[in-house]
Design a protein around this ligand. Structure first.
Ligand SMILES: NC(=O)c1ccc[n+]([C@@H]2O[C@H](COP(=O)([O-])OP(=O)(O)OC[C@H]3O[C@@H](n4cnc5c(N)ncnc54)[C@H](OP(=O)(O)O)[C@@H]3O)[C@@H](O)[C@H]2O)c1
Length: 325
């Protein structure tokens, strides 16, 4: 880890591009969804608090408020240049077709009012029909992802300078293996669910050997969302460690992730909690505390089945991820 542009937040250098990503990013997806003005205001507050890394996606409908917040931060002089920020967005599954990928990132750039993003990820390892409007979906609307041709489209986005780095999200070792067998530019990042109760040991080892940085979403267990619960924030072992150190369970989880060499995308639109989530860099876990966390029983939070329905392709994806823990 090395210093990054975010105030007091270390950065990680991504492979196959000369790019440093702050190890704590602010998530922009809220559940239930909130008004765009609320998202914009929270992002401006996050920039004031020192966040320089933001995670959005076409599917979250937060690209526009993020773009407006960036413009506002520039107007207010909170940042001098857009280059001080690290912005991630994601290719939605309904556009996961080679010819639709460059138009998709251009659409995201228009939403964000930006000329480039820092990182563009394939959001899910499957393709959905463009008719999909709500979840769960019918089987006829789900297709396997043509990894080779979709990745060629992602490589084109990087070659055109529309994004500095490309990567994937929710990819298993099996899917990464397939991608790496034809990729000209290897993925810089795999963004996956990870926290002390879903540690992804096998996937992390696989990615480490191949120079793919792992980024954790739902690092706090996604409390209060429809895909998460309080299993991290109210975990006995984390509570005990937090109490002994005068920290919160959220901070223990984020610190543990940082010590694993993983970056975290944590969402808080509350001023105190967003500050708390950045305050993890001037203390550490003891070996005994780390060992206790590494022995926690494992349980995945999000499954594709719970979002899309119990279809064969979807169950296959879930089985691959369960195999990676
Ligand atoms: N690639 C993918 O498929 C994928 C999937 C899911 C999420 N993501 C990304 O990852 C981001 C974060 O994941 P997530 O939203 O699922 O879960 P999360 O960050 O683990 O949890 C967010 C929830 O925790 C609360 N919270 C935040 N900090 C807290 C603290 N210090 N103490 C107590 N509660 C706290 C938040 O409420 P308040 O806002 O009220 O603080 C919110 O309800 C998303 O916003 C999105 O950008 C990506």
């Amino acid at each position: 880890m090395e210093p990054s542009m975010a105030i007091g937040v270390p950065g990680v250098t991504l492979s196959s591009c000369d790019l440093t990503m702050p190890v704590i990013g602010m998530g922009t997806s809220s559940s239930p969804p909130v008004a765009p003005e609320t998202t914009k205001a929270a992002i401006v507050e996050a920039i004031k608090a020192g966040y320089r890394h933001f995670d959005t996606a076409f599917a979250y409908r937060t690209e526009q408020p993020l773009g407006e917040a960036i413009a506002e931060a520039l107007r207010l002089g909170l940042i001098k240049s857009r280059d001080e920020l690290f912005i991630t967005s994601k290719l939605w599954s309904s556009f996961a077709e080679k010819d639709l990928i460059v138009p998709s990132i251009r659409m995201s750039l228009r939403n964000l009012q930006l000329d480039y993003i820092d990182l563009y990820l394939i959001h899910w390892p499957l393709k959905l029909s463009q008719e999909v409007r709500q979840m769960p979906v019918i089987r006829e609307h789900i297709f396997p992802l043509d990894i080779k041709s979709v990745w060629e489209g992602m490589e084109e986005c990087k070659n055109l300078g529309l994004t500095k780095a490309i990567g994937v999200s929710n990819f298993s070792c099996k899917k990464l293996e397939e991608l790496l067998s034809t990729a000209k530019i290897p993925p810089a990042v795999n963004q996956v669910e990870m926290n002390p109760l879903w540690q992804q040991k096998k996937l992390r080892e696989f990615c480490k050997v191949r120079g793919i940085h792992v980024s954790a979403f739902s690092p706090l267990g996604a409390n209060n969302t429809k895909w998460g619960d309080n299993r991290i924030l109210e975990c006995d072992v984390l509570e005990e460690i937090a109490k002994a150190k005068g920290k919160t369970t959220a901070q223990i989880s984020l610190r543990w992730l940082y010590e694993q060499g993983v970056s975290s995308i944590a969402k808080s639109f509350n001023n105190e909690r967003m500050k708390q989530n950045l305050d993890i860099f001037d203390w550490s876990l003891t070996e005994e505390e780390s060992n206790k966390i590494s022995q926690l029983p494992q349980r995945k939070g999000i499954t594709f089945e719970s979002i899309l329905g119990p279809h064969d392709l979807v169950l296959e994806l879930d089985a691959e991820s369960l195999d990676d823990c």
